[in-house]
Design a binder for this molecule. Sequence first.
Ligand SMILES: O=P(O)(O)OC[C@H]1O[C@H](O[C@H]2O[C@H](CO)[C@@H](O)[C@H](O)[C@H]2O)[C@H](O)[C@@H](O)[C@@H]1O
Ligand SMILES: O=c1ccn([C@@H]2O[C@H](COP(=O)(O)OP(=O)(O)O)[C@@H](O)[C@H]2O)c(=O)[nH]1
Length: 752
Amino acid sequence: MNRLLIVSNRLPISISRKNGDIHLQRSVGGLATGVGSFYKSYESLWIGWPGINVQKKQDDERDRIVDVLQKEQCHPVFLSPYDIKHYYDGFCNNTLWPLLHYFNHFAEYNPKTWQVYQRVNEKFCDAVMEVVRPDDIIWVHDYHLMLLPQMLRERLPDAEIGYFHHIPFPSYEVFRHLPWRKEILSGLLGADLIGFHTYGYVRHFLSSVRRLLGYEHSFGEVRTGTRVVRTDLFPMGIDYQRFADAAGSTPVQKEIARIRQMYGKRKIILSFDRLDYTKGIPLRLEAFDALLEKKPEYRGAVSLVLVAVPSRTGVDSYQALKKQIDELVGRINGKYGTTDWTPVSYFYNFLPFDTLVAFYSAADVALVTPLRDGMNLMAKEYVATRTDGTGVLILSEMAGAAEELGEAIIVNPNDQDAVIEAIEAALAMPEKEQIERNRTMQKRLMRYDIEHWVGDFLTRLGDARAVQVERSEQIITPDIREELVADYATGEDRLLLLDYDGTLVPFAAKPQKAVPDDATRKLLEALSRAPGNEVVVISGRDRYTLDAWFGAMDIGLIAEHGVWIKERSGEWRMSEALSDEWKAEIYPLLELYTDRTPGAFIEEKDYSLVWHYRRTEPLLGAQRAKDLKDDLLHLTSNLNVGVMEGNKVIEIKNNVVNKGRAALNWVTQRAWDFILAIGDDRTDEDLFEVLPPEAYSIKVGLAPSRARFNLVEQRDVLPLLWRCIECDRDGVTTKKKRQGREKSLIESVAPG
Ligand SMILES: O=P(O)(O)OC[C@H]1O[C@H](O[C@H]2O[C@H](CO)[C@@H](O)[C@H](O)[C@H]2O)[C@H](O)[C@@H](O)[C@@H]1O
Ligand SMILES: O=c1ccn([C@@H]2O[C@H](COP(=O)(O)OP(=O)(O)O)[C@@H](O)[C@H]2O)c(=O)[nH]1
């Protein structure tokens, strides 16, 4: 495998100063511990913040840190106190973190922190550029770096870039609060693959992309117009064996014995998290308080071991939470505590690995009730350490982990009665049942462990890149473009079949707004005047509109997707004898759908009806279009009409006509020595199908097509056609053309 570059805000190793020397320690948090447990088994380099402030002037110290970290396969990004204040404490943890965890009332929208967030993302981008080698796989992690994938894409267009989002992605209704929501989404779409912990987060992300950026998706694949980006769920696993093995090790066993001795026969309920308002610690304490209040028999019989790990202490809301927890613990202990029993044993500390495993192993019950949590690895770690199968996990349904750990007691953390009931059920659960539940979860966690998770993500990332490459193989390269232009210039009988909407002009919210601008008119005039050219605009528009726009030009026209044909200086004629009687039967159904779908409208043409939904709420429009199609299929089963899906339209028209059949009227006229057809949607596929194999057929956009080539965007169409015109006028090509003609003349008269 190629080298892996991992990029995250925090390195798995944090640096601090101790007695004037540099001290290394493992970082806290699921990302650092989870990803941190595997990266050294790969040829990899981890780029991130080492957790220490080193002044720019302190070059020596910086160099020392770089050296020390290099041995750990890490590369530092130094952040100043200003960056930490506005980027980390500010935009990351005072805007994105609360908003994405549905704490939108905590979220601050400050243009200054947003500015610093952008700048720090650029700093990370520069750091990657310093070390990146060709063929490196780049894996960006988490909400601190949501702009980075696109920044990297701009500098490394062909790189394999993945992004994993470790925290929830909320519903569009929440995400839309963010003033910079579009920038954030566009930043992520620079990746080839975007991973989330749960299907819910994937759905929410896709829905925001569709609503805010207007990009459609199918089967988790987003088409941005220029790229295809895959999304998928990858529930993060843990280093299962490490936890299971540690539980049986001598130092941990000693530690377990010490803890058990401290609590005697009392049952231990473990509450263990980073001190974060998303973890629901105060509600948990209140539930414990209520349990002791309502059921005095538990007093003296259970102890709540509350471990809160210091986190983001520079952010006000975290400081306020610390105070609240201190007070709550004091209140409960004051209320029920006795000389030989403290209801809540409170530790405000980071625990080293062995102590952490000992606490998991010693606890009879783990009470994990976050209000929102991307995954929650600690719930999984608790289950992994229970090697004898005993122990009960109470898990909040709001944690990503709940989707995989269904055998735990699942609770709504806001429902105090349910939490109390869960605690009672856990304390009373027979050992046999505990073992059954844990064994099932253990099997699952053992299978999809951290190694599997990484392997799975990287394999899918490779696939996503391959799709990207495959789709871009048909994109017109500069060489093909020049070949096309040269063939145009040497051609004497040239047929140009050009679709209108989405090809010659971009889409507008209202179809009547998409009128041809000056540039399009000038181009069509220039093309139509060039000797040897036959230009045909092929459109789904009605003939009156096309006449108004192009009637005065010396070009052919096809209207209503092939119903009407007008040759140069000719009159409109129908391509086939058609009936429009069916319209009366279908119109009421379209009206019904229009009334129920704000923003939708009906367009009536001579021999077709179109239901437009571009201006509707995207999900509603797509759903209604699907339902309408089903209804139409029933209604039209004995009418000679077909239902066709275009770009945000459902079109009902006579079955016999299409753009391809109409275009044959020109294609078969003579032996053209150059044919060019350009179109962007489903209806143009019929056109591409009737062309001879040597014709240049071009699809605008990256969707799969029968066309030979793709142009990435609509705005690439006009420059390509202008280039043809210019080269035709240009002496060099004209000379080539003359030489070509002379050569064929010589060949035709030469004997033999
Ligand atoms: O780096 P910090 O600001 O100290 O915060 C610690 C980490 O917290 C978050 O962890 C998340 O990732 C876990 C693994 O995927 C997941 O289980 C948990 O639910 C998340 O909250 C954060 O996403 C990390 O970036 C932080 O490093
Ligand atoms: O004192 C501590 C507390 C936590 N952790 C680790 O920090 C991670 C916390 O991850 P989780 O997904 O549960 O939540 P996060 O803190 O990332 O939101 C887990 O792997 C723990 O093993 C640790 O090593 N020592």
